[in-house]
Design a protein around this ligand. Structure first.
Ligand code: HEC
Ligand code: HEC
Length: 236
């Protein structure tokens, strides 16, 4: 009888063990941490290309994701968890001041911070480094709108008013439509601008009075992106 009780108790103990061992809080469970880390890895890569290409709004976006991811990964009162937080701050101030040199340095230190925690957690075989190429071939890391605005200011503004904020009037040789007005007109479409600028003709427009600026395909997309934000601003 005693033996039976002992055996039953032993069996019960063994049966309940895996359950007891699995009782860590949700994020610290390996699968949850691993999923969080894969997301962090993605954001870490995107942050790098955004910063290096001066797409500061995207860099801020990715950095916010990284910050909340790191907060979720940290155990309360963790020693090494405090480190990445300080490193995130250094990256943030570089992003806020749009300083590529400071960004490059701070990003390297943030990356070392990832590895410091991996070593402390007994995961020294997971080594993160500064990325060399973007695996995200379907995402552009330059700020298309900012590039389009810069193009409009440098080329188109010779003849067009390119924004509502433009203070200098273009030297008009021919009457030209203003970009904000064009963008807000009901007949505006991204396709029509794309088609106009892709034309191989020497002169463009209904009266054929605009010399073809001969933009490259990516520049045309930048102009289209700029026009679309002008339209969105107009309808707000
Ligand atoms: C608070 C500690 C900590 C910090 C900080 C940290 N990690 Fe991790 N990381 C871990 C742990 C723990 C694991 C192992 C998870 C597991 O057990 O599956 C891990 C695993 C990983 C993995 C492997 C995931 C997989 O399933 O392939 C990657 C990639 C990773 N981390 C990236 C990063 C990046 C990038 C940073 C910095 C932005 C970072 N980590 C910062 C603790 C941390
Ligand atoms: C040298 C002067 C000049 C420059 C530079 C110039 N434009 Fe024009 N643009 C014109 C003139 C003139 C018209 C009116 C054309 C017409 O009605 O035939 C025009 C018309 C347009 C139109 C309206 C076409 C339509 O179908 O009504 C768009 C869109 C346009 N330009 C975009 C651009 C963009 C984008 C740039 C810069 C990459 C640019 N333009 C640079 C002179 C210029």
């Amino acid at each position: 009888m005693r033996r039976l009780i002992f055996l039953t108790a032993a069996v019960l103990a063994v049966l309940s063990m895996p359950q007891a061992m699995g009782q860590t809080d949700s994020v610290r469970g390996d699968k949850a941490v691993s999923e969080l880390m894969v997301a962090l890895q993605t954001q870490h890569i995107k942050l790098w290309f955004a910063g290096r290409l001066s797409n500061w709004p995207l860099a801020t976006y990715e950095l916010n994701q990284i910050e909340s991811g790191l907060q979720r990964a940290a155990k309360p009162g963790d020693q090494h968890a405090a480190q990445p937080a300080a490193k995130v701050q250094a990256v943030r101030s570089a992003v806020d001041s749009r300083d590529i040199t400071a960004f490059t340095k701070a990003f390297g230190e943030l990356t070392n911070g990832c590895n410091t925690c991996h070593r402390a957690e007994g995961k020294s075989f997971i080594t993160i480094m500064v990325p060399t190429n973007s695996p995200f071939t379907d995402q552009l890391f330059v700020d298309q709108v900012a590039e389009g605005r810069a193009l409009a200011r440098s080329i188109c503004s010779n003849c067009h008013v390119v924004s509502d904020q433009q203070t200098q009037k273009p030297e008009l040789r021919f009457p030209t439509p203003s970009f904000p007005e064009l963008a807000r007109s009901p007949s505006f479409s991204a396709d029509s601008i794309r088609e106009l600028l892709m034309s191989g003709h020497r002169h463009l427009g209904p009266n054929q009075t605009m010399p073809n600026p001969r933009l490259a395909a990516h520049q045309i997309e930048e102009i289209v992106a700029y026009f679309e934000t002008l339209r969105a601003e107009g309808s707000r």
